[in-house]
Design a protein around this ligand. Structure first.
Ligand code: ADP
Ligand code: MG
Length: 373
């Protein structure tokens, strides 16, 4: 059991690309941490740094008391599972699982016992004599997982391991990985660009963009209190609706660019005055909007727009509306009903509106302007 600690790690590739910028993060053991961010934000680079496949340009990486970035990769005790499985094609499943243990000169009968045990727990015991080409994608990924598990490493690294699987298999593997973690309690760093995967797998979420950390927190915290507009729109599907608005200090009201004005919630006006922000971005989650043909209740903001699309998903329906230049998506059990002219009214409690500075994108709330991590 060992904590992983990044201290001001910077990684610049030879071609000048800055993959990570001042990256500092503590991953206490045992923890399942999910790093999530769009493609190209530095996720793979980060895992490769932990695995020793890359060296940081500056800064340090510690595993417990050991300085990782100067340790020989072969002695790091870290197992990585990749998106593309990376199995040895000419070896059987048993050989694939045993290979790393043979290299470490483990006794043959011990290897056999361990491989049998792990392959049973991953339900690949019947496949031990097959070669990778004779397996389905899901089975290959189980073998790749098994190969990491038999080594009993002190850290697991997962690099988008579910990306090549179809939706049903992804759900199954997600469950398997989570279960495995519950059983083994080994520090795990899991990277994905998929926010649904991130929300469901992670205990601790690290949201990355362009080599920088935007937010660190539980999935629920990051979802409910995104620290900036990037996190707000990255987590959640469909994403949070973002609208431009202006704060009017004289009347303590907020004026949406679409022309609607509403009194700022009492807790917010103090925060807005403290932050000294006038140009705002407002955020509303699709599930925080309700159909309101009969008008708004007190404390609600009423918006009227034109319905442009409905998506019926069975358990919920998405309604897309257009308010002037602004597009809005709402989500609820039922579609938002439209009048004969195609318009519909929706209401949102002003207390559920997220406020961000339009210039910096940073959240403004009662606790003051949230700082970027
Ligand atoms: P992610 O895994 O989040 O998609 P990567 O860590 O693979 O992102 O890449 C981060 C950035 O570094 C990207 O801009 C990528 O093009 C660049 N990059 C990755 N590996 C190399 C390399 N070996 N040489 C040069 N640039 C690289
Ligand atoms: Mg990657």
């Amino acid at each position: 059991m060992a904590d992983i600690r990044f201290d001001k790690v910077r990684k610049v590739f030879d071609n000048g690309v800055v993959a990570l910028e001042e990256f500092s993060l503590d991953i206490p053991s045992p923890r399942l941490v999910v790093l999530v961010g769009p493609s190209g934000c530095g996720k793979t680079t980060l895992l490769r740094l932990i695995a020793g496949l890359e060296r940081p340009t500056s800064g340090s990486i510690m595993l417990g008391e050991r300085r990782l970035d100067t340790t020989d990769p072969r002695t790091r005790d870290v197992a990585m599972v990749f998106q593309n499985y990376a199995l040895y094609p000419h070896m059987t499943v048993r050989e694939n699982l045993s290979f790393g243990l043979h290299i470490r000169k483990m006794a043959k009968d011990l290897i056999r016992t361990r491989v049998d045990e792990v392959s049973r727990s991953l339900e690949i015991h019947d496949l031990l004599e097959r070669r990778p080409a004779q397996l389905s994608g899901g089975q290959r990924q189980r073998v790749a997982l098994g190969r990491a598990v038999v080594r009993e490493p002190s850290v697991f690294l997962f690099d988008e391991p579910l990306s090549n699987l179809d939706a049903r298999l992804r759900d199954e593997m997600r469950f398997l990985i989570k279960q495995l973690y519950e059983r083994l309690r080994t520090t795990t760093v899991y990277v994905t660009h998929d926010q649904v995967e991130a929300m469901t797998i992670g205990e601790l979420l690290v949201v990355l963009r362009a080599g920088r950390i935007h937010q660190v927190g539980s999935p629920t915290d990051c979802y409910r209190k995104p620290c900036d507009t990037f996190v707000a729109s990255f987590l959640g599907s469909p994403p949070m609706n973002l609208m431009h608005a202006t704060y009017d200090l004289a009347t303590r009201s907020v004026l949406l660019d679409s022309g609607v004005r509403f009194p700022a919630p009492a807790t917010m006006s103090a925060a807005l005055e403290r932050a000294g922000e006038e140009a705002l971005t407002l955020g509303v989650r699709p599930e925080d909007m309700r159909p309101a043909e009969s008008g708004a209740l007190s404390g609600e903001l009423l918006l009227r727009g034109r319905v442009i699309l409905r998506e019926i998903l069975g358990h919920e329906t998405l309604t897309h509306l257009r308010l002037g230049e602004q597009k809005i998506i709402t989500r609820g059990a039922e579609a938002v009903p439209a009048k004969s002219d195609g318009t519909a009214a929706i209401a949102v409690e002003t207390g559920k509106i997220h406020f961000f500075s339009r210039t910096s994108g940073v959240r403004i709330d009662e606790e003051g302007a949230g700082a970027l991590a």
